[in-house]
Design a protein around this ligand. Structure first.
Ligand SMILES: [Zn+2]
Length: 193
């Protein structure tokens, strides 16, 4: 049976739409900055096996700071803190932030914006996963930039994730990157460079 030309065109359009959406979903599957079960469970297991403490209260955060388990993120020419209630992280996570921010600033001309650091359990948002590692001080949130800075940040975080030194997730409400720094592998990674 011969199809009328207009019907053939409709079919071709439908096929190309289908192929287009297949290509899109393959692209999305190949990139690993999407939230997933693994993106939550792997940091949680890391924190548990490394005996990290999930701090409950702000006084526990102050104690950890006093004992040197946490350090203040502080001021830096390469990053700014935006409404961070508890600007503290582990020393290795601060080292990561300082290095990433310097490279970011150099590559795209903007300062990195940190929107969250340690969050004791009592200060976690209502929708936070009970397995979030923010209460351990190894995670930070970064505001999602645009344009060149966004491309640089995505590709750098993906590279670091493939090397097993971070777990990075691009979140959408609000738009930010959630980044967990695996301290021991990150220190090894720096030593091997
Ligand atoms: Zn986060």
């Amino acid at each position: 049976m011969r199809l009328p030309a207009s019907r053939t065109l409709q079919l071709l359009a439908a096929v190309s739409l289908l192929l287009g959406s297949l290509a899109l979903s393959a692209g999305a599957a190949a990139q690993s900055l999407r939230g997933s079960h693994r993106a939550v469970s792997r940091p949680y297991r890391y924190a548990k096996t490394h005996d990290l403490t999930f701090l409950r209260t702000s006084s526990a955060v102050r104690r950890a700071l006093h004992e040197g388990d946490f350090v203040r993120l502080g001021a830096n020419p390469h990053y700014v803190l935006h409404e961070v209630s508890f600007p503290y992280v582990t020393p290795t996570t601060r080292l990561f932030v300082r290095r990433l921010a310097a490279q970011y600033h150099n590559a795209c001309g903007e300062r990195l914006v940190i929107t969250s650091a340690v969050r004791p359990k009592v200060a976690q948002p209502a929708n936070a996963s009970p397995r979030s590692v923010h209460p351990t001080g190894i995670a930070i949130d970064l505001r999602r930039p645009t344009g060149k800075c966004l491309r640089w940040l995505r590709s750098t975080l993906l590279t670091l994730e493939r090397r097993g030194v971070v777990e990075a997730t691009e979140e959408h409400h609000p738009a930010h990157f959630h980044v967990v720094v695996y301290g021991a592998p990150y220190r090894q990674y720096l030593a091997s460079r």
